[in-house]
Design a protein around this ligand. Structure first.
Ligand code: SAM
Length: 231
């Protein structure tokens, strides 16, 4: 199936989803039950569904040994925790970027209004949560903005998880995916018109349009993910 055909089917509003090759609700739900209920979503103030959490865990478990996972948009560390747990056996390094509760005036100017800036989790709180998982040495929290961090970035990435400012999902995709290793995965949250934001859905459709570059597209609730083809 071409990527364009994938989007046509994944974004249809008609009827319940059945078991297509590209959208596997039984498998996704099973992963949600097995792996997606390990952390207290409310306690974390988290924004991912259980099925999405289960698949984040699963995808993180598929990075190579000592691989690198980059997360854009950490908030309280819920998705980060699934990335950490999933990639335990791989001893992967997780770099998570978020302004946390720094410079709220700047965040107010830049916000997409999708996340409340009241009582934002601090970097220290998320660091404590990562330490409680025994992952202090595997997680690097960067207090900042993806579009600034990328300017000095020079490391290959095995799994890129985009869940930051929804107005700049396309920019994040374009600036960060050049660092993705061939065979690496990109996942974008809120990228489905029914479960996420129509703007992000449009951006992701545009970003993954090229069949020569992106393959194995998958749709898990509001996540669209894809594998970068070898050059
Ligand atoms: C939807 S929340 C992330 C939720 C988190 N992934 C989870 O599952 O719990 C989006 C986060 O991205 C942060 N953010 C906004 N713009 C950003 C940027 N340019 N770079 C990195 N993070 C950004 C927001 O402050 C917010 O904490």
């Amino acid at each position: 199936m071409s990527n364009a055909a994938f989007f046509e089917r994944a974004y249809t509003t008609k009827g319940p989803k059945v078991i297509y090759g590209f959208s596997r609700p039984l498998y996704h739900n099973l992963m949600g039950i097995l792996h997606g209920r390990q952390f207290d979503k409310m306690g974390f103030g988290g924004m991912i569904r259980h099925t999405e959490a289960g698949m984040l865990y699963k995808w993180a478990s598929q990075v190579p040994a000592n691989g690198t996972i980059v997360e854009i948009g950490c908030y309280g560390g819920l998705s980060t925790s699934y990335l950490v747990r999933g990639s335990e056996a791989q001893s992967a390094k997780i770099i998570s970027i978020d302004p946390f509760n720094s410079d709220l005036e700047k965040q107010t100017a830049l916000t997409d209004d999708c996340v409340s800036l009241d009582n934002k989790p601090t970097k220290e709180l998320v660091a404590e949560r990562m330490a409680a998982l025994g992952a202090a040495d595997r997680v690097e929290l960067i207090e900042g903005y993806s579009q600034e961090v990328v300017k000095d970035w020079d490391r290959p990435i095995d799994f890129l998880w985009i869940d930051g400012n929804h107005d700049q999902a396309y920019q994040d995709f374009m600036e960060w995916t050049p660092f993705l290793n061939p065979g690496g995965r990109v996942g974008i949250h809120d990228a489905h018109p029914r479960y996420g934001y129509p703007q992000v859905a449009d951006d992701v459709q545009k970003a993954l349009d090229d069949d020569a570059q992106w393959t194995d597209l998958e749709h898990v609730k509001s996540i669209i993910c894809a594998i970068k083809r070898p050059a």
